[in-house]
Design a protein around this ligand. Structure first.
Ligand SMILES: O=C(O)c1ccccc1NCC(=O)[C@H](O)[C@H](O)COP(=O)(O)O
Length: 211
């Protein structure tokens, strides 16, 4: 199972968490987020990152030019699109050699047929809890709705995953469940991840994955 730790921004914290070898690290370029990387964020912040960890830029309703420029500047292989980006937007971005993770806000009435137009363009979907804002809510959704997803694009489960519910979430049996996206439940403060909590949750996921 893949693991993604989202919403880091401080050099020492990035270095410590990268030592735990998650598959993806996410950096938020949405100014209204309490985890926004900030104007002074520089490539220096992850100079020690092993190349096998995929870097993900997280965007909300940003334009293609800005997403492309930021991904190129920071060497992000992936853009996570967490707003209302259309299938055409994703196709345009994919032409710039950027892999896409498209987030969808899930509640009990989500219609998974909306994901169909994104298949083929996105490497992963990210199913996150529908809330007022866009992400980082710390809230989980009722996972039983995932049974309705019959697409062939792999997805990361997201939304309020922490030490208290990760074991329960690993009971989900879905052929396209590719991994877990982890964020606010593992923080000491917004944007700063708790090393011990991240270590414990990654060990839990990895132990389960080889049983
Ligand atoms: O985390 C944020 O502050 C955020 C704000 C705006 C858009 C996206 C954001 N996070 C993106 C993520 O991938 C989070 O990991 C995802 O929303 C789950 O967060 P959480 O519920 O805190 O585990």
């Amino acid at each position: 199972m893949k693991t993604k730790i989202c919403g880091l921004r401080e050099k020492e914290n990035i270095a410590a968490i990268s030592g735990l070898k998650p598959d993806f690290l996410g950096f938020i370029f949405y100014e209204k987020s309490p985890r926004y990387v900030g104007k002074d964020f520089s490539v220096e912040a992850f100079s020690s990152l092993p190349s096998e960890i995929e870097k993900v830029g997280v965007f909300v309703n940003e334009n293609v030019e800005n997403v492309t420029a930021i991904c190129r500047k920071f060497g992000f292989g992936f853009a996570q699109l967490h707003g209302d980006e259309s299938p055409a937007f994703c196709q345009e971005l994919a032409q710039n050699d950027i892999k896409i993770m498209k987030a969808f806000p899930i509640d009990g009435s989500f219609d998974f047929s909306v994901t169909e137009a994104y298949a083929g363009t996105c490497s992963y979907f990210l199913f996150d809890t529908k809330v007022e804002g866009f992400g980082g809510s710390g809230k989980s959704f009722n996972w039983s709705i995932l049974e309705q997803y019959t697409g062939s694009t792999p997805f990361l489960l997201s939304g309020g995953l922490g030490l208290e519910n990760i074991t329960q979430s690993m009971k989900i049996q879905h052929p396209m469940l590719a991994g877990y996206d982890l964020n606010s439940k593992l923080e000491t403060s917004p944007g700063v991840k708790d090393y011990e909590k991240v270590k414990t949750i990654l060990n839990t996921i990895r132990k389960h994955a080889i049983i």
